[in-house]
Design a protein. Structure first.
Lengths: 443, 242, 449
């Protein structure tokens, strides 16, 4: 009880303890903000991958047909909710007078894509309730969905797209050229590689928030790549998979690989070596190497800032050292009244931990406030200074990730409390070793 | 030091109060005091009577709530900060009960500290030799010539008080103000300090000393009593009458 | 004088001063090292960009280009401030290995090597025939085909040290390059039954500019060949840009202004010629403005780093503040003594400010010294870490960085040191003011009355 009483008294009457609490709070808040920003970026990247691609992506270096039968097998397994087969091609898009852009063509049925990705949420059309264009047979230009960044540039100050201007271009005709998807003729012979030029019309605009996707992507129905109505469907080289609820992507990879192997060998007639060339990956791992680098940068920054924040620990040491020196007579009196040395030590050790706890709690609050409102803060800085710190063209996303990394928070808080207690350790030992007979001697 | 007629220091109607928590304590309730040049005055009072407060006001360390303190006719209570700093540096030397030496400086540096105040590097370099000489003389005078480069924590209480006295005399002040100079010392050591004061007084130094000890007060030429916030009538001490 | 004496004594005699010195030293070290490396990376990037672009660019953003570029180049070559000028076509195309079906969309740049190598550093970036305009487009395998130069990352992978194994150069490769030819009105020109021009080119060389976008996404073709491919052969022939190198000692802004003046005059002189409306969209920019879109993100990274360091500095200021608060609390008696012997408000402030400056100076010196020592060995340290633990700060197979830049700039060191002193002064100010305002009687009495 004496400990709690003295803790409260010291906290109330020793302003320097409050100052060390503030130092701990600032240090904790800084680390939380840094960890949250980086972790948020990594999470946004991974989330973007699953939103754009699905949960799992199967890719094969060799194109194949009968994708519908593969889809049936996957759905029958119970692991998979939906699939969308297609291919990705590089292309050149003529948008208008003197405007030619390199694009990434997603040759895939939009209806199937809607089941696997979040494309419907990103779609902008004239309607309030946009609909994915149905495959059907096309007369005239082929309806295509186009990334908003191909139609308009983000404002240099606000970094926002002019959606109205983009909507105004719906219906505009475009010309796309890309490699043809070699398929098979009606008699089953393989077609020669070549080039396709397609006349398209903008049926809708996709604004995903992923800068790269929005700047480069155009979705064209796979059927558009069939040579004619009677020819077999175009070959595909990728299958995007949305898993059933509750299925973990990593766990599903083995089963999906098994299903693919069986399909490739039994339906496509491929040998085991050719079948094994295909890759089945959780979507989150598609940019694994890049994200590993980002995680590494996070680690380095945390170490750098953590080293400097260790000064707060040394500060706690100095504060407690000073308190012990000033209060040495009080400590000697406590001991003279029978208080054991361990209790005296724990008094200061506990006060150090309390300092760290209160400081960490305040730091978490500050860190949460800053992270949660970081986009508003950035808007204010941008309005004040006229420059945009967060640029979607550099950082790939339009909004700064503003979710607090709670996993990292608990680690940082734990370290802060332990560090503050460690800072108080030496003074606590000093206090425990004080000898009343020496301290209380009259001079 | 030449004695002149008329008091050198006059305190008129000094009132001073302190807030202690929610209570206000009126310590001085209109104290009047005169100090003649070359006088050795003791202000005797019980603990808490306000004698230290009065001394601090006389020395310009504190300002009264009401009243005047005239030093050679000028009211120091109305001095600006700069004038007060100069007054404390040049006209007054303080000796405290707890010595109040700077732990980072040795004996020599503590003594010539008042000479350094108010001077830049060039100014100090210009007068350093003379200041050092004066400090050495004073240190010899107080019998600590063999402890020049010792730090305060290496000295006994009496030795520290002697260093404080030497410091107080560094700039040849008109007034030496001593606050319980023997309060922290044993009687034998204290006698030595008082002997030093006696010698200084003999050479013409004006000294005002506060104490609660009648024996210490009796060493002065005149004693006044501070009670109930007022200075009672003074008496010339017997041995001086003799 | 007593201020400096006491400040030095406080610095050497009080252990808590070491805390403040340590904090400042650490912060200075971190900021100095990070800013030097970032500065180096940004500086490197800017230098390489400058090398790639030249000093000034006359260009249009439209892929239609503009006519009569050759006449303007002649005017530029007669101008005393211009060392060389080179017409360029920038467009996009599909590039595929002739033997395979997969293609990739890339930036295609048409250059005339004789002049372009004088204007930019592209010639020096070639591997097989550096700075030799006559052999730049020499096809390695099939002399019947025109040659093409590819960005090095298109054909080779970097290893862990950022180096390339040139033994794997695809010297026999043939590429099929397809472009949209555009009319002067910007519409697609019909080419036979379709809209696309395609031609085969043989591998000639690789270019390593050190710029990730160019090395991983650009193919260089002979100017005349690309003119035909992109439908710009005319008449009148069109180009999309003219790159210019000024003579040494010509001020960049003054030179750019002069070129802009010349262009204005030229445009007015051509206003009655066919397709002269295309000249209206042409702008004259210095190289920094021309490449603002790629330079700005890197500069923003620097600003973001500075913002982060401001947060760090705030923590440091606070720690210094607490240190001084404790020193003042401990030194209240001393300050009372100083005031008792006549020290003024300014004198006490001067003492604390002097003390803070000494801490800042000492901390900054230690930090800068440690930073210099670390930076001078940073590449060896990185190599050792990679050898022992497989750790590399920047994976060279992903990032196009060679050695970590470690050149020390004295102005940056001075700025960091000055900031450290300002941090100290800011942190010490409130406690110093408090100390200077202290009533000596409060600190010197044994009891309140």
């Amino acid at each position: 009880m004496i400990k709690v009483l003295l803790w409260i008294r010291y906290l109330r009457t020793r302003p320097v303890v409050l100052l060390s609490i503030t130092a701990v709070a600032l240090a904790v808040a800084l680390l939380i903000v840094v960890a949250s920003l980086f972790t948020g970026f990594i999470d946004a990247f991974e989330r973007s991958a699953t939103e754009l691609v699905g949960d799992v992506l199967l890719t094969s270096p060799n194109r194949f047909d009968h994708a519908d039968r593969l889809a049936e097998a996957l759905l029958a397994s119970g692991l998979v909710k939906a699939t969308a087969a297609g291919t990705q091609l590089p292309g050149l898009l003529h948008l208008g007078t003197g405007d030619v852009r390199p694009v990434q063509v997603w040759a895939i049925e939009p209806q199937a894509l809607e089941q696997v990705t979040c494309i419907k949420r990103w779609l902008i059309t004239h309607d309030d309730n946009p609909r994915i264009p149905s495959p059907g047979q096309h007369v005239g230009p082929i309806p295509a969905l186009i990334g908003i960044g191909l139609l308009t540039e983000p404002d240099p100050v606000t970094d926002r797209y002019d959606r109205q201007r983009a909507i105004g271009q719906i219906g505009q005709r475009l010309v796309l050229t890309c490699p043809a998807i070699p398929g098979k003729d009606a008699d089953g012979t393989a077609q020669r590689p070549g080039r396709r030029t397609l006349e398209l019309a903008i049926a809708g605009i996709v604004h995903s928030g992923n800068w790269l996707f929005d700047q480069q992507s155009i979705l064209v129905p796979l059927k558009a790549f069939q040579t004619d109505q009677n020819s077999p469907p175009a070959l595909v080289d990728r299958v995007q998979i949305r898993l059933a609820d509750g299925i973990d992507a990593r766990d599903a990879v083995t089963s999906i690989t098994t299903i693919w192997d069986r399909f490739a060998q039994q339906i496509l007639g491929w040998g085991p070596y050719q079948a094994a060339q295909a890759e089945v990956l959780p979507a989150k791992e598609l940019q694994g190497r890049f994200l590993a680098e980002v995680r590494k940068q996070l680690g380095v920054l945390m170490v750098i800032f953590g080293v400097v924040d260790m000064a707060a620990v040394v500060l706690v040491f100095c504060v407690f050292y000073m308190i012990v020196r000033l209060k040495i007579k009080d400590i000697a009196i406590l001991k003279a009244c029978g208080c054991p040395s361990s209790q005296v030590a724990f008094l200061f050790l506990g006060l150090g931990a309390v300092t760290g706890s209160i400081g960490a709690a305040i730091g978490v609050l500050l860190g949460w406030l800053f992270t949660h409102n970081i986009n508003h803060i950035e808007d204010r800085i941008s309005a004040l200074l006229g420059i945009r710190l967060w640029d979607s063209s550099a950082y790939l996303f339009e909004q700064i990730p503003n979710q607090v990394a709670w996993g990292a928070v608990w680690v940082i808080v734990g370290i802060a409390i332990l560090a503050a207690a460690a800072g108080a350790l030496a003074p606590a030992v000093m206090a425990a070793r004080a000898r009343p007979v020496e301290v209380l001697r009259y001079e | 030091m030449n004695r002149t007629d008329g008091p050198i220091l006059v305190a008129e109607g000094i009132v001073k109060s302190y807030r202690l928590g929610t209570t206000t304590v009126k310590v001085l309730k209109g104290a009047n005091l005169e100090v003649a040049e070359g006088e050795f005055l003791a202000i005797l009072g019980a603990s808490g009577s306000g004698k230290t407060t009065l001394l601090h006001i006389l020395g310009g360390l504190d300002r009264p709530d009401k009243g005047r303190v005239l030093f050679r006719g000028s009211d120091i209570a109305g001095f600006r900060s700069r004038q007060l700093d100069h007054y404390r540096n040049r006209q007054v030397g303080f000796v405290f009960q707890f010595y109040h030496l700077l732990d980072e400086l040795d004996v020599l540096e503590n003594v010539y500290l008042p000479a350094m105040v108010g001077k830049g590097i060039l100014g100090w370099l210009a007068c350093k030799k003379a200041a050092r000489q004066r400090a050495l003389e004073l240190i010899e005078q107080v019998g600590l010539g063999h402890r020049l480069h010792h730090k305060p924590w290496q000295l006994s209480g009496g030795e520290r008080q002697r260093v404080a006295i030497a410091r107080a005399l560094m700039n040849r002040p008109t007034l030496l103000l001593a606050d319980e100079p023997t309060g922290n010392l044993d009687w034998a050591t204290g006698k030595g300090i008082l002997a030093l004061f006696g010698a200084l007084h003999s050479s013409g130094q004006t000294i005002v000393m506060v104490t609660h000890d009648q024996r210490v007060a009796s060493q002065a030429t005149r004693t006044v009593v501070l009670a109930d916030g007022l200075v009672q009538a003074g008496q010339t001490n017997t041995h001086w009458r003799q | 004088m007593y201020k400096w004496l006491l400040a030095l004594r406080y610095l050497t005699g009080r252990r808590i001063s070491y805390v403040a010195v340590m904090v400042i030293g650490l912060c200075v070290f971190v900021v100095f090292v990070v800013m030097t490396v970032m500065d180096g990376l940004v500086g490197q990037f800017k230098q390489r960009t400058h090398d790639f672009v030249g000093d000034c660019v006359v260009s249009t953003e439209s892929m239609v280009g503009f006519p009569y570029y050759d006449r303007f180049v002649t005017i530029l070559h007669s101008e005393p401030i211009v060392e060389a000028a080179s017409a360029v076509i920038n467009t996009y195309g599909l590039v595929a290995l002739a033997s395979r079906q997969d293609a990739v969309g890339l930036q295609i740049m048409g250059i005339e090597p004789t002049w372009h190598f004088k204007v930019t550093g592209l010639g020096k970036s070639l591997y097989l025939h550096p700075d030799d305009p006559n052999k730049a487009f020499l096809a390695q395998h099939d002399p019947n085909l025109p040659g093409c130069i590819l960005g090095i990352d298109l054909v080779l992978n970097r290893d862990w040290s950022g180096s390339y194994d040139y033994r794997w150069l695809p010297v026999k490769a043939i590429y099929e390059i397809s472009c949209f030819p555009l009319t002067a009105k910007g519409a697609l020109a019909r080419v036979g039954a379709g809209y696309v021009n395609a031609k085969r080119f043989a591998f000639a060389d690789v270019s390593r500019t050190g710029l990730a976008r160019e090395d991983g996404g650009c193919v260089y073709l002979p100017f005349g060949q690309l003119q035909v491919l992109s439908g710009m052969a005319g008449p009148p022939g069109r180009a999309t840009a003219i790159h210019i190198r000024f003579r040494p000692n010509v001020d960049l802004m003054a030179g750019t202004a002069k070129v802009a003046e010349l262009w204005d005059q030229f445009r007015k002189a051509c206003q009655d010629l066919p397709q002269s409306q295309l000249l209206a969209g042409v702008k004259v920019k210095d190289w920094k403005t021309y490449r603002k879109a790629t330079i700005a993100p890197m500069e923003k990274e620097q600003i973001a780093m500075v913002v982060m360091f401001v947060l760090l500095a705030t923590t440091a200021i606070f720690i210094v503040f607490v240190v001084f608060y404790m020193i003042v609390a401990n030194k209240a008696r001393d300050i009372g003594i100083l005031k008792a012997v006549g020290a003024s408000f300014g004198g006490v402030m001067g003492l604390m400010v002097g003390f803070a400056s000494l801490i800042g100076l000492l901390g900054a010196s230690i930090g800068l010294l440690a930073g210099w020592a670390f930076l001078s060995r940073i590449n060896q340290i990185e190599y050792l870490l990679f050898e022992r633990f497989g750790f590399q700060l920047w994976d060279r197979t992903i990032f196009s960085i060679g050695q970590i830049p470690n050149q020390i700039h004295l102005d940056l060191a001075a700025a960091v040191a000055l900031s450290a002193i300002i941090v100290c002064l800011t942190g010490c100010l409130p406690p110093a003011m408090k100390a200077a305002r202290m009533q000596p009687s409060d600190t010197l009495r044994a009891s309140p009355v």
